[in-house]
Design a protein around this ligand. Structure first.
Ligand SMILES: NC(=O)C1=CN([C@@H]2O[C@H](COP(=O)(O)OP(=O)(O)OC[C@H]3O[C@@H](n4cnc5c(N)ncnc54)[C@H](OP(=O)(O)O)[C@@H]3O)[C@@H](O)[C@H]2O)C=CC1
Ligand SMILES: CC(=O)N[C@@H](CCC(=O)OP(=O)(O)O)C(=O)O
Length: 337
């Protein structure tokens, strides 16, 4: 397999660290530049000690969007808003670009303003990006120069509910997504809400009624969604427990099995999924059933927020864009316990 040289923007962050970890074992990618901001000048082994053996000589560097080096693909795992300023340069360079921030995920500048509370700074480039969930948009991603990979909660909720919606099993507007995330979903910089003392031994809801991932869920599912996120005292993982009123008699588990029969990263089971089984992987574990008493639908999905919810999905998209095998570098099995 040819080796493609990649540049990682945000390499000193949590997702950037996960990208570095996955690229270290990828047969078709190698890290040419690992870029950061405040951590520039430090060794990768200092910023990410778990990667010391994989990258003994690599240093985090600054980057200049006006002088992008010769690379085969750019990954960006930067705070929301940052790539709106970078996109014009990256797109002009013609280099394949996989973005993880929310800047180019939504269909319109109006939707972005609704969910992010600020005007979009580069609305002319919204149409240049394909929404990055390969199980939904594989062919479009293959031909894309720029992909905006989905948010972590959104990935879990969309993959869990879309087959049920597409099979006509869901009464429109009745979907409720209860999402539970590990604290790494909030990035590496602690806040009063993510401080150890706030999270340890506690479970709380946040972002009620207006969490920004609701917009992505509604865009992909084509109907209103009530999304209830919760912060869980664990490092990694997202579980979504979704309910909806039933609009048909079909079996929701069969709908999942049929929709994802050929999907290498999706595992369907009668057993309710849990986050630990997907930790460190690109796997999506799904289950669904109908409540015999109420007739309501229940569907569950588990992913690693840093894996399929972030770096894993970015690499899956990059593989498609570069013409590599879709699962290259993503075959890691989980760990247990
Ligand atoms: N964590 C998760 O599970 C998921 C995160 N995301 C999204 O991915 C992106 C990255 O998340 P995450 O890795 O958790 O965040 P972190 O806070 O852990 O890392 C942010 C990275 O961006 C760099 N950075 C910060 N501010 C700027 C800036 N103004 N200009 C350039 N670089 C900057 C930091 O560099 P330095 O530290 O050197 O200053 C660091 O490398 C975010 O948009 C996030 O919403 C999406 C899905 C899941
Ligand atoms: C636990 C936690 O705080 N999770 C983040 C998840 C979103 C995120 O990381 O951003 P993306 O939109 O890029 O996925 C949050 O609720 O804001």
């Amino acid at each position: 397999m040819n080796t493609n040289r990649v540049m990682i923007l945000g390499a000193s962050g949590y997702v950037g660290g996960e990208l570095l970890r996955l690229v270290a074992h990828h047969p078709g990618l190698e890290v040419a530049f690992a870029c950061g901001r405040g951590e520039a000048g430090k060794a990768v082994a200092e910023v990410h000690p778990h990667l010391a053996l994989a990258y003994p000589d690599l240093t985090i560097t600054e980057y200049d969007p006006l002088n992008l080096p010769e690379v085969d693909l750019v990954f960006a795992a930067l705070p929301h808003g940052t790539t709106q300023a970078l996109a014009p340069y990256l797109l002009a360079s013609g280099k394949p670009f996989v973005d993880l921030g929310a800047d180019f995920r939504l269909d319109s500048a109006e939707d972005y303003a609704t969910w992010y509370g600020e005007p979009h700074a580069a609305p002319q480039h919204l149409d240049d990006f394909i929404y990055g969930i390969p199980e939904l948009n594989r062919d479009a991603i293959k031909g894309a120069k720029a992909v905006a990979t989905a948010g972590c909660y959104a990935t879990a909720a969309i993959l869990t509910m879309k087959p049920l919606v597409d099979s006509g099993l869901v009464e429109a507007g009745s979907i409720i997504v209860n999402g539970m995330s590990g604290v790494s979903g909030a990035g590496k910089v602690p806040s009063p809400k993510t401080h150890f003392d706030s999270v340890h031994g506690s479970l709380g809801a946040y972002g009620l009624l207006n969490h920004r991932h609701t917009g992505e869920m509604q865009m992909a599912l084509g109907q209103d969604v009530l999304f209830n996120p919760h912060l869980v005292p664990m490092d990694r993982g997202i579980l979504v427990t979704c309910t909806a009123k039933s609009a048909g008699e079909g079996d929701p588990l069969a709908a999942l099995a049929e929709a994802y029969a050929d999907e290498p990263f999706i595992h369907i089971s009668e057993t309710a999924p849990a986050t630990k089984a997907v930790a460190g992987t690109n796997a999506v574990h799904l289950s669904a059933r109908r409540c015999a008493r109420t007739g309501n639908l229940l569907a569950l999905g588990a992913i690693d927020n840093l894996g399929k919810g972030a770096a894993g999905q970015m690499i899956q998209c990059a593989n498609l864009m570069l013409g590599l095998e879709e699962g290259a570098g993503l075959t890691t099995a989980g760990v247990w316990p």
